[in-house]
Design a protein around this ligand. Structure first.
Ligand SMILES: *[C@@H]1O[C@H](CO)[C@@H](O)[C@H](O)[C@H]1NC(C)=O
Length: 175
């Protein structure tokens, strides 16, 4: 019974184009400090090291924030996370925060739509909240219109790659 359950979860996970694991692939996972596109020192899956809780989070993994930041300044790799630790921060901090943002922005969305919106929320909750017309369309279950709002956005141009197309498709599916 349990095996069957896990198996069906795996299938659902593989079939869905928008999911937490797709967001990890989109954001990229870096185990050492790097400057993000805005020049902000970052680690793991987009964990901003300028956050007020950054030192506390790093200590949990036996790293001193100053050592981690120094890697960015000196372009060294001395104070890094393991992949499992980076994933842990993503699962316990970044993803829940982005999910909470989506639940406030557009409550009760279908799974795939919610995951796509969460992927956008990784650019910041403020960025997602700027999508006022998309929000209106989502509330009215006008999935295609909502997807088009994302497609024609600056975010879409900025992320390049196929990230935007995937999220647009998930939103348009209404699933
Ligand atoms: C990150 O940005 C800082 C400050 O602008 C710079 O000194 C450093 O060389 C950059 N590090 C990397 C790895 O790009």
């Amino acid at each position: 019974m349990q095996v069957l359950y896990v198996f069906s979860l795996l299938i659902i996970g593989a079939a869905s184009n928008c999911s937490p694991s797709q967001t990890i692939r989109n954001e990229k996972l870096c185990t050492c400090c790097y400057n993000d596109t805005k020049g902000i020192p970052t680690i793991g899956v987009g964990f901003n090291l300028k956050r007020s809780d950054a030192a506390r989070v790093m200590i949990k993994y036996k790293l001193k924030l100053n050592d981690v930041l120094q890697d960015c300044q000196k372009r060294t790799k001395n104070a890094c996370l393991t992949t499992a630790q980076a994933t842990d921060i993503f699962n316990n901090i970044n993803y829940p925060e982005a999910t909470k943002c989506v639940s406030r922005y557009a409550p009760g969305m279908p799974t795939s739509v919610h995951a796509a919106l969460t992927d956008v929320a990784f650019a910041g909750c403020g960025t997602l909240n700027q999508f006022v017309k998309m929000k209106r369309a989502l509330v009215q279950k006008q999935w295609k219109t909502a997807g088009d709002e994302l497609k024609n956005s600056k975010w879409c141009t900025d992320v390049k790659s196929d990230r935007c197309g995937r999220d647009v498709a998930c939103i348009a599916s209404g699933k």
